[in-house]
Design a protein around this ligand. Structure first.
Ligand code: SER
Length: 323
């Protein structure tokens, strides 16, 4: 019997989109979506859905055997900004959740794992521009510390126990279908919604804060393609750098202003500024390109145009269904 795929944290920003993409590819019934809370989202309910707390090892194991799971995408985590508010819980969730899944693979109960890392593995001592795959890594956030430790554990389980775990260091992810939850890069999603809804946005980062970003379509394609790549092409078992585009709040504000002339932006930096300042501005992803053929398809212009068009479309559809 063919094994199935489990997505843990399916209600999150990446989870919803990955569930949709994998169900389209594999068939709705072969992709089990799960989250810590029950859902009413029709996309997630278009196939099997389970409530799983990734810290609950027994339930996790039962669901894996109930659905004959072969591959696990572990997306449940606290992101950078939320993690700073609750460092102890963030560490426990981000690390123990990973251990529970790595242990399932070590015990041969599952065969392949995707685990997301982040640009947060880098810190203020890392070269900021075109940050290399291998470089100084001294993260200063609890989120970054958990991602760097997690990368090392993934590489360790691969080395010692032959666990097939694959990972990407996601930049800030920008999508129109789902909302981000608790990250430092969230402004770059909110800004498009606010521009269309109210014509103004108050940004929590300074105008010249340049960060690596990526359109969600690119991120989902990267995720599925690293998982489909032949095992021997995956040379990095910690996490791969992947690059999309880099921009500052004022750069996307000007692009938005070309479309919405009256759009105005103000800046009120908060605690997230320090997190952003500790991260790279741009990423060198030549290792991912060489090993499994990664290449981004969205530059900043295309990303902005897509966000504006798709959010408008979504709003028009909502109005239509309510009229
Ligand atoms: N987008 C994430 C965050 O801001 C980075 O991995 O936390």
């Amino acid at each position: 019997m063919e094994s199935n795929t489990l997505i843990i944290g399916a209600s999150g920003q990446i989870g919803i989109e990955l569930t949709m993409a994998l169900r389209k590819k594999l068939g709705a019934n072969r992709v089990v979506a799960s989250d810590i809370r029950a859902t009413t989202d029709p996309e997630l309910l278009s196939g099997p859905f389970e409530v799983i707390d990734v810290l609950d090892k027994d339930t996790l194991e039962n669901i894996v055997s109930k659905h004959n799971i072969g591959e696990v995408y572990l997306l449940a985590a606290l992101l950078s900004a939320t993690a700073e508010k609750n460092p102890e819980f963030a560490w426990r969730l981000n690390m123990d959740g990973l251990f529970n899944v790595l242990e399932l693979a070590k015990a041969k109960k599952i065969s392949k794992i995707f685990w997301p890392s982040s640009i947060a593995v880098f810190g203020p001592s890392t070269p900021r521009h075109n940050t290399p795959q291998h470089t100084v890594m001294e993260p200063t956030t609890v989120y970054g510390i958990s991602k760097l430790a997690g990368e090392r554990w993934c590489a360790y389980y691969h080395e010692r126990f032959g666990v097939d775990v694959r990972s990407i260091r996601y930049p800030g992810l920008i999508g129109f279908r789902s909302d981000p939850g608790g990250g430092t890069t969230d402004y770059a999603v909110d800004i498009f919604h606010k521009a269309i809804e109210s014509g103004s946005y108050n940004c929590f980062l300074k105008e010249d804060t340049e960060l690596p970003m990526m359109m969600m379509e690119d991120a989902i394609r990267a995720t599925i393609s690293i998982m489909e790549a032949p095992a021997d092409s995956i040379k990095e078992r910690g996490g791969y750098n992947i690059a999309g585009c880099s921009f500052t709040p004022s750069q996307i504000a000007s692009i938005i202003q070309r479309d919405i002339a009256a759009f105005s932006i103000t800046y009120t930096p908060d605690f997230r500024q320090a997190i952003a300042d500790s991260w790279p501005a741009s990423i060198d992803d030549s290792a991912a390109n060489a090993d499994w053929g990664w290449k981004s398809e969205y530059d900043t212009e295309k990303l902005c145009a897509t966000m504006l068009a798709e959010i408008r479309k979504k709003k028009a559809n909502i109005l239509e269904t309510h009229s």
